[in-house]
Design a protein around this ligand. Sequence first.
Ligand code: SAM
Ligand code: DTB
Ligand code: SF4
Length: 343
Amino acid sequence: MTPTIPTPTRHDWSQGEVQALLALPFIDLLLAAQRAHRTHHDPNTVQMSTLLSIKTGACPEDCAYCPQSVRYDTGVEAEALMQVEAVREAAVRAKAAGATRFCMGAAYRSPKARELKVIARMIGEVRALGLESCATLGMLTPDQAGELKAAGLDYYNHNLDTSAEFYGSIISTRTYEDRLKTLAAVREAGLKVCCGGIIGMGESAGDRAQLLRTLANLPQHPESVPINQLVKVAGTPLADAAAVDPFDFVRIVAVARILMPASHVRLSAGREEMSDELQALCFMAGANSIFYGEKLLTTGNPDVERDRTLFARLGLVPEIPRAGQPAIAAAPARGEPAAAAAH
Ligand code: SAM
Ligand code: DTB
Ligand code: SF4
């Protein structure tokens, strides 16, 4: 039997409902995800973001997955906050390669006032190039979120990473509540939210469902939901974490799509280790955003040529952002396009 399409943009999912979606027969789950996807998005377009680490390593936090924590010997060389002009040049290259969003990541627990002033100038340069801007700088106060908004920032990335229960096994230097507070400050400031998690840190199926449920039950769905597969880095406590079953990963993408139908679901870190076929399954399950460019922050990503070839083989095209896109709560629902239905 074909599963019914869940009501869009709900915020009251129970743990049982999310677990039941994750446990659907694979083919039924993919169909439900595709239906949700086609209701809100063109299924053949993918949003393209390029990442740049604007301040690398020596981070005081102890996130067990992260090569940039000062506590682990991972060979990452610490680098101070970049010069504004060097960031502008990287953004020019990202745009020329075809990215439409430029994401600046900094290995901070939280940014200092003088650092934020420099980053505000970087945001201005990125926006002046006609690129969407995104930053991920750690915890923010409401005033700092307002400062970033005033600088022209479009998106703020701040991941919940896993379930509230499992969070303490991965990070001891901040709490889940801290994360939720920053997310609320970011929303309050009028910034768009990019928030997701990491799969493959030893979390249970229940933890995965709980992460998805927490994201979907936020007062407003994040506009962007990055689903990262753990990049195992030698020297971090999770260097030898067990591999994720690829079909389980696809299921998580599909359930994220169903729970947050109007959001962009990003097939995020971990693509370098994925086959083209697995990535295609993720796009079928509703992923419609990627990190594009040879590097994530400190680790590798598929090179531009591999992605261009994959897109050509699948008939995927980069998404062109619409100016003044409406908030996702008000996103227009679109029916299944006739061309797609006829295939
Ligand atoms: N320091 C800030 C923070 O943690 O919020 C911003 C930068 S931090 C590197 C951004 C995100 O990258 C983390 O929240 C985590 O989800 C992701 N990340 C870091 N290391 C990763 C890894 N090895 N594999 C997958 N995702 C990773
Ligand atoms: C997100 O969810 N994934 C990106 C971005 N947001 C900042 C980071 C992935 C980092 C992977 C490890 C690295 O390259 O250092
Ligand atoms: Fe620091 Fe962010 Fe890495 Fe945690 S994830 S160690 S806060 S850079």
